[in-house]
Design a protein around this ligand. Structure first.
Ligand SMILES: [Zn+2]
Ligand SMILES: [Zn+2]
Length: 210
């Protein structure tokens, strides 16, 4: 089944928003719409994709800034892990950075580890990977051989753990006991920067060297 993955770096920090679609079913999910809702909605409209879910890896402001506008335009359910609810209600911590974002609605779906969400013939397995934030999740799509890792793992880097709710030991456990248990050829679509693979990071990422 043909699928498409589009990366849209949005907003002042160029946070990666991903649109993942089952092209035949014309069904898509959006992951981490951080800003510039109009660009996301344009892509959905131009492709005539029906939005199935708004998925959040975590509730930092740079990943949720366009949620309010997209949820107002589309009826797609918003999904977040409950441990990031306080962060969502606090505007993603934007005020810490002297910023403000439109208040997102309350989530419709509370995510938990092992849950599977469907979009046409695509499935998204929820992995709970705390450490950057307490309710951080990653979405593994086996049909695409892809994991959407938010701010847990980057090319040559890992998520920061100095923000409220962050914890380094927890993050390392999430990386090694959860994320790196996926097939090594899995493509990693990060919240910031270019895509990579788990194998490349296991070999070259200085934070993952034993
Ligand atoms: Zn973050
Ligand atoms: Zn981020």
């Amino acid at each position: 089944m043909p699928h498409r993955i589009l990366a849209l770096p949005l907003g002042p920090i160029q946070t990666n928003c991903y649109l993942v679609a089952d092209v035949e079913a014309r069904a898509a999910v959006v992951i981490d719409p951080g800003d510039e809702a109009g660009r996301v909605l344009d892509v959905l409209r131009k492709n005539a994709w029906d939005l199935q879910y708004i998925l959040l890896t975590h509730a930092h402001f740079d990943h949720i800034g366009a949620v309010a506008a997209i949820a107002a335009d589309r009826r797609a359910p918003l999904a977040l892990h409950p441990l990031d609810m306080p962060l969502l209600r606090a505007g993603g911590g934007a005020r810490l950075f002297g910023l403000d974002i439109p208040t997102p609605p309350e989530p419709d779906v509370l995510l938990e580890a092992g849950q599977v969400l469907t979009c046409g013939a695509l499935t998204f397995l929820v992995l709970h990977v705390p450490g950057h934030t307490p309710g951080h999740v990653a979405f593994y799509c086996p049909q695409a051989g892809a994991v959407f890792s938010g701010d847990v793992l980057f090319q040559d880097g890992i998520g920061r753990t100095d923000l409220p709710g962050g914890d380094y030991a927890t993050l390392m456990h999430s990386l090694k006991a959860v994320l790196l248990q996926l097939p090594p050829e899995t493509v990693v679509y990060s919240g910031h920067g270019p895509a990579t693979t788990l194998a490349a990071e296991q070999q070259g990422n200085p934070f993952l060297a034993d």
